[in-house]
Every structure is written in structure tokens, then in C-alpha cells.
Ligand binder design. Structure first.
Ligand SMILES: [Zn+2]
Length: 281
């Protein structure tokens, strides 16, 4: 089972905006300078990193005590009717896991897919099949990192909180949810924004997956605009009514450990805002 985390860490989804010469290694160094301690490597447009770069990334991250996560390509649809698209989607997750493992990544997150004409149950079965194939690869190669289907923000995407938690419960570790609080808020058209609602998410996770899950959480947060079908656009936290301060307070109350990744346009600005709110809570 992949390791739990020592504390709650804060970082950016991708290389910080203020990084001079934007490489992954420079990004990790910038994270440290900013006083942050996590970074998500974005393979969202394709998995392109050489093994030698990955080894260097690992060395620098370990030296600076920056925990790394990785985001698999956006172009993944495990619910596809087209078998070749399903296989290619599985492969993209495997490619992320493979290079992520070399780079010392702690957790790999991916977007499972789109319902299309499928019911939730049919989509669930396909996503489950895809994850089972990823796990086969992971286990036969002695790889030990978290595999995280993400809670998604629009109604056309597979990934309600319940669907994602059900996958995690059915497989057990290393499968665990990536909880994107902006997606939860947008998908539910404005819920998940109060003390009680944030608590209810963590209580639900504890109940379904056991208390240990709260010491290995992979969390995404950003400001979000939404319409009738859910998420429309990422914006900065101060431009929204999303109550990240209360979320941070609840994460502290539950002694949540793991990583909080900012996906706002102002990546590091919002990561630092959340870190400060957490420390002040
Ligand atoms: Zn994502």
C-alpha cells in the first residue's frame, strides 16, 4: 500500500507561474522558494518526460522535500464504446504511472471519462475494468503509488463523489479518490461550500473507506465558475464565493494529511492563500 503523508502539504497543479525557465525541475525549486511543499506534474497534454529527466526530478524533489503527484492526460475516456479508445485510455494512465514512478511521484490522478449514452452503472463497469487493467500493470511491476480517479465537475463526466468513492471502496488501496472540491461545488451547482457540507464529505470518506484515508488525501481546489451543467471555468479563489477558509478549517479539524493542489490560474497565489488560511485556522 502506498504511504500515508506526514502532514497536509500545499502545491500547484503544474509548474508555478513565477518559475523562470519553466521546467519541472525549476518548478520544484520554485515551490521550495515560495514556501510550498508539493507539486503536481501535469501530463495533461501527453506523457512526455525522459527517464533521465524523471530521475533528476526525483533527486531534486527529495532533496528539497517537495512531494510530487502527477495528472494523467485529459484525453482519456474509459467509458468509450470504441474499444481502441478504451485501450489507449488505459495506456495513457499506465504511461503516467510508469514515468511517475521513476520520478518518485506519490499519487497519480486521472479523469475517468464521459457517460455518453451510458447509465451510471454501465459507465461504472467500464471505468472499473480500466482501473483493473492499470492495477494489473502496477502490481506486476512492483509499483507502489496511489491511483486516483477524480471527482469531476460537469454532469456529462463520470465521477460523482459517490461513484468515485464506490470505486475506491471496491478496489481498496492503491485506488483512492482524488477529491476536487471545486468540481464538487460546481457539479452540485453551489453546494459543498459550508462547514457542515465540507464535514459531510470527510465523514462520508471515513465511513466508506476507513479513517486511514484521511492521512493520504489527494485534494484539488481552485476558484470555479459554473452554469446549469456544472463547471465552466477556473478562476482565482478571491474572485469567487467559494469558502476555502472554512474548508481549510475543516481539513485541520479532521487532521487531514496529504496534498492540496491549487488549479487556479494564479497557481501559487491560491496555493499560498490556502496554506495561510490552514495555518491560521
Ligand atoms: Zn483533474
Amino acid at each position: 500500500m502506498p504511504r500515508p503523508m506526514d502532514r497536509l502539504r500545499f502545491g500547484t497543479g503544474g509548474i508555478p507561474v513565477s518559475t523562470p525557465r519553466k521546467t519541472t525541475v525549476n518548478g520544484i525549486k520554485r515551490i521550495r522558494e515560495l514556501g510550498l511543499d508539493a507539486m503536481e506534474i501535469e501530463f495533461v497534454r501527453g506523457v512526455r518526460m525522459s527517464e533521465s529527466t524523471a530521475l533528476e526530478v526525483r533527486r531534486v524533489a527529495e532533496e528539497l522535500d517537495v512531494v510530487l503527484t502527477a495528472h494523467a492526460p485529459y484525453y482519456i475516456n474509459l467509458c468509450s464504446d470504441d474499444r481502441s479508445k478504451f485501450e489507449a485510455s488505459v495506456q495513457r494512465i499506465i504511461d503516467t504511472v510508469k514515468i511517475g514512478w521513476v520520478a518518485g511521484v506519490w499519487s497519480v490522478v486521472f479523469h475517468p471519462g464521459y457517460y455518453g449514452k451510458l447509465s451510471s452503472e454501465e459507465a461504472y463497469r467500464r471505468v472499473r475494468e480500466g482501473i483493473a487493467k492499470v492495477l494489473e500493470f502496477v502490481q506486476s511491476n512492483g509499483i507502489d503509488l496511489w491511483i486516483r480517479p477524480e471527482v469531476m465537475g460537469t454532469h456529462s463526466e463520470f465521477g460523482t463523489l459517490e461513484e468515485i468513492v464506490r470505486l475506491a471502496a471496491e478496489f481498496g488501496p492503491p485506488v483512492a479518490p482524488c477529491i476536487d472540491f471545486a468540481h464538487l461545488h460546481a457539479r452540485s451547482l453551489g453546494r459543498y461550500n459550508t462547514y457542515e457540507e465540507f464535514r459531510s464529505v470527510l465523514e462520508y470518506l471515513e465511513k466508506e473507506l476507513g479513517k486511514e484515508i484521511l492521512s493520504a488525501m489527494h485534494i484539488h481546489v481552485c476558484g470555479v465558475e459554473y452554469g446549469s451543467k456544472g463547471e465552466e471555468k477556473h478562476v482565482n479563489l478571491p474572485e469567487t464565493s467559494f469558502d476555502y477558509r472554512t474548508l481549510m478549517r475543516v481539513l485541520k479539524e479532521f487532521n487531514v494529511r496529504g496534498v492540496v493542489i491549487s488549479e487556479s490560474p494564479d497557481l501559487e497565489g491560491d496555493a499560498l492563500r490556502m496554506k495561510r488560511a490552514y495555518e491560521e485556522a
